[in-house]
Design a protein around this ligand. Structure first.
Ligand SMILES: [Zn+2]
Length: 273
């Protein structure tokens, strides 16, 4: 709103995801224990965030945001969740700052509502979408594409439908070429009706955990490549944030903000490359 790209009417507060929605991706025993603070210290350590009733509530809102974003994307072509992308959450445990897997919960909730049959998850966070891949490994209605750093967390990778693992230091040129190939392959293979795009800020050259070497300009190009590829294929796009750990917080903010700007350009039919 400060940048006058949105009015208050464009910004909506989601409702929290319900148990019924969450259980489409998660084990009921895990969700009961998460909700009631019954996870062991080891399980909480694996997530890396302190457990509290508020943090569980926050996770439910974040998932609700991704569900609402999918619905808005179906109605308007492009929509953005200013949260979400918690792709390290598995069906029965959390990991890597992720309690609940919003992508899978949202995908299955939109399917259950009869709005779409097939969904493509495009995961451009620099870490592999291991939880997502594991939850949907036997679900042919959700295609998972992850492009990530080969030597990054998680050190034990799962198998997505398409994985592209990049060497340390991969730059804009290497990344964008690999991404273009991956998008073409996954869009063709998925025959999807909706895409969920995890626009992680952590492939950035000054990210503390990223190990890749993308510039802000390269990341903007990445966003536009994803938007253009999906929209040309007639695929609506629901964007989520995922990770970002730049040494300067402002850099992470800038990278997420330029994703929002690109989404707006494409929504308005102004691809300004
Ligand atoms: Zn990440």
């Amino acid at each position: 709103m400060e940048n006058q790209i949105a009015q208050s009417v464009d910004l909506q507060i989601p409702r929290p995801a319900t148990d019924e929605e969450i259980l489409r991706a998660h084990d009921p025993v895990y969700i009961h224990r998460l909700q009631n603070g019954e996870l062991s210290a080891k399980e909480v350590r694996r997530v890396g965030l302190p457990w509290s009733p508020e943090i569980v509530r926050r996770a439910r809102y974040s998932v609700g945001g991704t569900i609402a974003t999918c619905r808005a994307a179906l109605a308007e072509g492009v929509a953005v969740n200013l949260a979400g992308g918690t792709h390290h959450a598995f069906g029965d445990h959390g990991q890597g700052y992720c309690w609940l897997n919003d992508s899978v919960i949202a995908a299955r909730s939109i399917q259950a509502a009869g709005l779409v049959e097939k969904i493509l998850i495009i995961d451009c966070d620099v870490h592999q979408g291991n939880g997502t891949a594991a939850i949907v490994k036997d679900d042919s209605s959700i295609f998972t594409f992850s492009i990530h750093g080969k030597n990054n967390f998680p050190f034990q990778k799962e198998k997505s439908d398409l994985d592209i693992a990049l060497e340390n230091g991969a730059d804009d040129k290497v990344y964008l070429k690999a991404l273009a190939n991956g998008l073409q392959t996954s869009i063709d293979a998925a025959s999807a009706d909706l895409s969920i795009y995890l626009a992680g800020a952590d492939p950035y050259e000054d990210d503390r955990f990223g190990r890749l070497n993308l510039t802000k300009k390269g990341l903007a190009e990445r966003d536009r490549l994803v938007f253009r590829s999906c929209l040309e294929a007639g695929l609506p796009i629901a964007v989520t944030m995922a990770g970002g750990y730049a040494r300067s917080v402002q850099d992470t903010v800038d990278i997420h903000f330029q994703t929002v700007l690109a989404a707006l350009d494409f929504k308005n039919g102004k691809d300004c490359i």
